[in-house]
Design a protein around this ligand. Structure first.
Ligand SMILES: [Zn+2]
Length: 286
């Protein structure tokens, strides 16, 4: 009798074992920026009012969204990453995209463990030659940013923090220098280069139409490489060094900030067991 009961229990439990694991929804998380968009080559073109930047930006973001859906994405989330984060409009964004406007938590919501990270309209880090409007987070306020002694910009910071949550970088559109920068971190990333720098504010750019076509095709293609890209977290402990511009010198009380070391009038190091910890410390203090 007892044997029969055990058999019965085993049979009852079988379907649960036989079931395939639940298929995870494929969510692509896009960070958009303005400086890497085709047709945008100078600061005066990205001050939102009176320029065609918003139109150019929407065109490229929407092309990427369409490409990801065509490649099999279930959900595409777009973060407006330029300036204060209010450049994109819900009236003009791809109808199937979800749009995030405004300031984000310090981990950019990567704790939601997206399937992959993508950049659209991205520029290179500060101090890179042959790069259009290269800067690291703030062209006015920050001269240099380093992580464990290596120069870094938005591409490196977000790719490595996403990596801490197991999310790999899949795709980038922008200028040639931005594409080179992301490839140095993730060799299997798919890139869509839409312009190259002749100088900091002189670009050889594709037309908007051609850039959108390239971005849509490459975004679609990238979806077939989801298995090839890997999360790229940094090995801790981490030192995040900020070298500010002269006008953004450190405040008088910076010597008393915890887990930091003032290097000189404009330079400070933030320490943490992970990049996200050091980043959170920095963003909380400055
Ligand atoms: Zn930027």
């Amino acid at each position: 009798m007892r044997q029969n009961l055990a058999l019965l229990l085993l049979v009852a439990a079988l379907p649960a074992f036989a079931q395939a694991p639940p298929v995870k929804k494929k969510t692509i998380f896009i960070i958009s920026d303005a400086e890497g968009v085709a047709g945008v080559c100078h600061q005066f073109q990205i001050e939102p009012k009176g320029t065609d930047m918003p139109e150019l930006l929407h065109g490229e973001v929407n092309a990427a969204v369409q490409g990801f859906f065509d490649g099999g994405a279930d959900e595409v989330i777009v973060v407006d990453g330029h300036y204060q984060g209010y450049n994109l409009s819900a009236t003009k964004i791809h109808p199937r995209a979800r749009l995030i406007l405004g300031p984000l938590p310090k981990n950019l919501t990567f704790d939601k463990k997206y399937t992959a990270l993508a950049f659209v309209g991205q520029h290179a880090m500060g101090n890179v030659q042959h790069a259009i409007m290269a800067h690291s987070f703030s062209s006015l306020g920050i001269q240099n940013m380093k992580v464990n002694g290596k120069p870094v910009g938005e591409i490196g910071i977000w790719t490595e923090i996403a990596g801490e949550y197991g999310t790999p970088v899949l795709f980038l559109s922008g200028d040639q220098a931005a594409a080179d920068e992301v490839r140095a971190i993730e060799p299997n990333v798919t890139t869509a280069v839409v312009k190259t720098a002749i100088g900091r504010n002189t670009c050889d750019t594709m037309s908007a139409v051609a850039a959108r076509e390239r971005i849509a095709a490459k975004a679609m293609e990238s979806m077939s490489k989801l298995g090839a890209v890997k999360p790229r977290p940094l090995q801790g402990p981490v030192t995040l060094e900020l070298e500010y511009t002269t006008r953004n010198s450190l405040p008088a009380d910076s010597a008393n900030w915890p887990n930091t070391k003032v290097v000189d009038d404009r330079t400070i190091q933030f320490f943490g067991p992970t990049l996200l910890d050091a980043w959170t410390l920095y963003r909380g203090l400055r």
